[in-house]
Design a protein. Structure first.
Length: 603
């Protein structure tokens, strides 16, 4: 049974809690820029740590005056914005427990979380979200509802600030200090890809263990005062929440945006030092840059492809410890022609990126490192307070998700399941002893993921136990590696491998709508071609088959994809096929497109 444990150099005092991250910084460096906010005129203005701490105090006093008590659960449903973080710290400061809800959640999803968590209050972003609560039976007359943005009169920030004027500093400090490292810190519900969402109870020691573990690694060398982080992932997701705390502790100035459609223009203005994202965004950056090159001219498109190949070769050569002179010259040439433009599109100051939430794939990792923006891939779940393993500047290996962060351990069970133990691992599911007993054995969390450990402790994730496909011939197939390679093709938005109990492996493919116009033009097609015609196009089929052949080259003949179907519609969160972090809900897709799957095996 392979195992790797990395000891921690840091300790978490029993009296410490997550609010100390912000308030200690304000006491030590009151003038330090802690947050950056969009002024609306193309500028990002700083908010000092002292100002941030005072805003949190004012909000916390208002919540206390509104009836929030120690131990209460308070739901928070909003897009990523500065107020999310301020309210998160304010809820903690009252002695209560935040329950984040994705702002894209439906009425029934909100209802389940409100029922299961027994939250006494909910904070929503705007009047539109407040109206959504009319569908939520467990938001009753006894539930306090707060709305951040009001259509008439002052918003929630002003209301709470005014409401709390009679609450004393001593009362607030007593509330805040009632929290200890072993106190509940947040109740986060899983995305529900495999069933009804379960409440993951994380403690303040888990959050502080995540902060301490990451800053105990060589990533700390790239974090500190003068650095800037732009957060755009949902703050309801544990990854964004954890990195937010790490950045505040390290002295990084944090900005927030939910405007994903205008992310690249925002990067150019914000000029982040580091980027946190999920793999799909990195794929989009790559595919958009390639598409733009081909839109300019076929010559520029071919130059981009050669530059991409050179970047990957250069990164691989760095791993081998020797970059040949010819490769150095090619890399220098393409740096002027291609790489510098790509790094400029990300603001020109980006020194690193962190990827999590799903597999990145070695190809994209090598590409971005070869361009000059190393992407450090990590691994974790809600149950591990974000990352429990991560690649770092001092310890990096492409194709892996890194070694355990200090204070944690990874073990591979005899059947290949990844098991985890340590400071960031949760203690159990909220009000669900059966699920807790099933997930945790002797302090080790059974992740449901399959993987392997290199001799020096680098973890490789190969799939999920529940996603393993067993063909009619008895062959076990892990779909994730095949899907990752297929999604590298610009025209492929999503791919879902199928074939359980069937004679061979097939796949469903959706097309990337942003790439279709350019593809039609490059291939001399009518720009008005409807998607229903396009999915039957022989040239498109040949191109997608080439992407499938590339994936098939990595597996045995029995595991190879034999047939595919192109769907008319892409998978989206709004239509229910994707989670808020862009993971495919396989059960939903299998049920929704059952007829398309049947056609794979009938023709």
């Amino acid at each position: 049974m392979a195992e790797c444990r990395v000891p921690a150099k840091f300790t978490t005092p029993p009296e410490r809690n997550a609010t100390d991250v912000l308030f200690d910084a304000a006491a030590a460096q009151p003038d330090r820029p802690m947050f950056l906010y969009d002024t609306g005129d193309g500028e990002w203005a700083p908010i000092s740590s002292a100002d941030a701490a005072q805003r949190v105090r004012d909000l916390a006093k208002g919540l206390i005056a509104s009836g929030i008590n120690v131990g209460d659960r308070v739901a928070l449903m909003s897009a990523t914005r500065l107020e999310w973080t301020l309210l998160d710290f304010a809820i903690w400061s009252t002695g209560a427990t935040p329950v984040p809800i994705y702002d894209s959640s439906s009425g029934p999803q909100i209802d389940w979380i409100m029922e299961d968590s027994a939250a006494v209050a909910i904070i929503v972003e705007n009047e539109g979200k407040r109206k959504l609560l009319d569908e939520v039976s467990h938001v009753t007359a006894a539930t306090t509802v707060f709305t951040i943005d009001q259509t008439d009169g002052p918003g929630l920030i002003e209301q709470l600030t005014q409401a709390g004027t009679e609450v004393t500093d001593a009362e607030l400090e007593a509330r805040r200090r009632s929290l200890r490292a072993d106190s509940p810190a947040t109740l986060i519900y899983t995305s529900g890809t495999t069933g009804r969402p379960k409440g993951v109870m994380l403690y303040h020691s888990n959050l502080l263990g995540e902060v301490g573990g990451v800053l105990d690694s060589s990533l700390a060398d790239l974090l500190g005062p003068g650095k800037r982080l732009l957060l755009f992932l949902p703050m309801a997701h544990v990854l964004a929440r954890g990195v937010n705390l790490i950045a505040i502790e390290a002295g990084v100035a944090v900005g927030y945006t939910a405007d994903i459609a205008n992310l690249l223009p925002t990067f150019e203005v914000f000029r982040p030092s580091l980027i946190l994202s999920v793999p799909r965004v990195f794929e989009k950056v790559y595919n958009s840059a390639r598409q733009k090159a081909y839109d300019d001219s076929p010559v520029k498109g071919k130059i981009f492809d050669r530059a991409a190949t050179t970047a990957i070769q250069y990164s691989k050569a760095l791993d081998d410890g020797s970059v040949g002179k010819v490769l150095q010259l090619r890399h220098k040439l393409y740096d002027r022609l291609v790489y510098s433009k790509l790094t400029a599109a990300l603001g020109g100051q980006c020194e690193l990126a962190i990827s999590g939430g799903a597999p990145l794939g070695a190809r994209l990792g090598h590409f971005f490192r070869g361009v000059g923006i190393p992407v450090y891939e990590g691994y974790g779940l809600t149950e591990t307070t974000a990352a429990i393993t991560v690649n770092t500047p001092a310890e990096v290996r492409m194709g892996t998700v890194g070694r355990p962060i200090p204070g944690n351990a990874v073990r591979i069970a005899p059947d290949g399941e990844v098991m985890l133990n340590g400071a960031v691992v949760f203690g159990g599911y909220w009000r669900n002893d059966e699920a807790t007993a099933e997930a945790i054995t002797d302090g080790w969390f059974h992740t449901g993921d399959l993987g392997s450990l290199d001799e020096d402790g680098f973890l490789r994730i190969t799939g999920r136990k529940k996603e393993i496909i067993v063909t009619a011939g008895g062959k076990n197939v892990s779909p994730a590696p095949l899907e990752d390679i297929m999604r590298a093709h610009p025209m492929i938005s999503q791919a879902m491998v199928v074939g359980d109990k069937e004679p061979f492996i097939g796949t469903l493919i959706t097309l990337d709508a942003e790439q279709i116009p350019g593809w039609l033009e490059r291939n001399g097609k009518d720009p008005q071609t409807h998607i229903r015609q396009l999915v039957k196009d022989a040239d498109l089929h040949a191109e997608l088959q080439a992407a499938i052949d590339e994936a098939n080259a990595t597996v045995s003949h029995a595991e190879a994809i034999k047939k595919f179907r192109i769907l008319w519609d892409d998978f989206t969160e709004e239509t229910g096929e994707l989670t808020p972090t862009l993971k495919v809900k396989r059960k939903v897709v299998a049920e929704k497109y059952s007829q398309q799957i049947e056609k794979i095996y009938r023709r």
